[in-house]
Write a protein that binds this ligand. Sequence first.
Ligand code: G6P
Length: 486
Amino acid sequence: MVAAPTPPAPIVVASNRGPVSYRRQDDGTLVAGRGGGGLVSGLGAIGTDAGAVWVCAALGEGDREAARAAGRRLGAADTGGHRVRMLDIPPDTFAAAYNGIANSVLWFVHHLLYQTPLEPTFDAEFRRQWAAYEAYNRAFADALAEEAAHGAAVLVQDYHLTLVPGLLRERRPDLRIGHFSHTPWAPPDYFRMLPDDVAGQVLRGILGGDRAAFLTHRWAEAFAECCASELGAEVVREDGRAAAVRFEGRTTLLGVHGLGADADFLRRRAHEPDVEERMAALRAQIGPGRRAIVRVDRTELSKNIVRGLLAYRRLLEERPQWRGKVVHVAFAYPSRQDLAVYRDYTATVERVAREINSAFGTEGWEPVVLHVKDDFARSLAAYRLADVALVNPVRDGMNLVAKEVPVVSDHGCALVLSREAGAAAELAEDALTVNPFDVEATARALHEALLMDPAERAERTKRLAAAATALPPARWFLDQLRALGG
Ligand code: G6P
């Protein structure tokens, strides 16, 4: 790794997880792994000679070593040509900010995940973690203030970095600052569970930017309502929709950019030999002539995997005609395993899948095929052969699986989709939408999806794919830049 020269950047992106991560191999060398996702392909759209810099956190020991070895910027060869600055935040501070506040408080609040008789409890430990979150946000604001050229556009991502826009504005009033929330936003009655000063800091932090953008109008409205009820801010409406928030003499514009699937990448990747191989393996597991109900998720509390399994169980109980004729292919990939509640959830998913298999399985038929080891090629294989896709989060900023399946589906796939996923705002017409808490209704929707006439299914899949790709990552990214005046 060679430190790159460091001219100030006209475009700066900030996110907790960056486009590259490092791991030390057994032979002692550090190897770089490239990240995927909308932001990486979005940034690709402006090319590497645009002089953009991406500021992210070192997530583990490998990253920290790489960041220290590189000095200010990582070598461009490791990062797909992007200039990346990885912040070496002290491990305790990082853990308290990331696991403590971002993943256990802000994520829970926006996805309405608390079981309120027991949680949350905002105690001294929470205060320690909040101080770490502030320090972590300050580290980002300091680095961004160093990296950004005069008048640069700075795109700050997600709930990890809510304080950054305000902190950065104090340091660099010349910058054009946007914040993007990839999650839902909590309704005011839920948001106000946060201690008043913390709720105020989060809102004021984001309002420190010129724009606050969201994946759907629903989340933008919720944010505006929180600003009105918690801060007494004024919400400016255009055509009935929240368009800006005025607070303490400043105006922050609200934006909506519904990130879509990356069709070119997906269609190409889904036809590579490793995907074909996995399709053959999956077909063998499913068995000839059987239908496949597919789900692919991180084992994330908001994804509602357990109720999905219960709905499938109900389908088999209530409609015995499907026994032996259908397989639920469920991929539940590990996520946030540092947190006990995620480990417990993973164990519950495995237990419920086992129970269904022992209650209904027969010699030649395994009703649930559960895979818990992350494998992107296998996910694509499942997308291609799915007859039904089950996407039933209790709440989700967007949900890209719902958008990716129709894009790569081989023979059309019926989509059972939670009305609480942001994607439902764009896909509801051709999906079978469900209340994710209603297991009976979800079971009925699975039945209906399995019965859907193949020609209708193919037609709907075509329309779903068109809607899902309306705003591909490159345009999603450029739209935000343009809206900031970049
Ligand atoms: C999902 C969410 C993003 C979030 C990310 C964090 O992709 O949609 O809003 O930033 O998870 O995941 P991580 O694995 O970095 O905690």
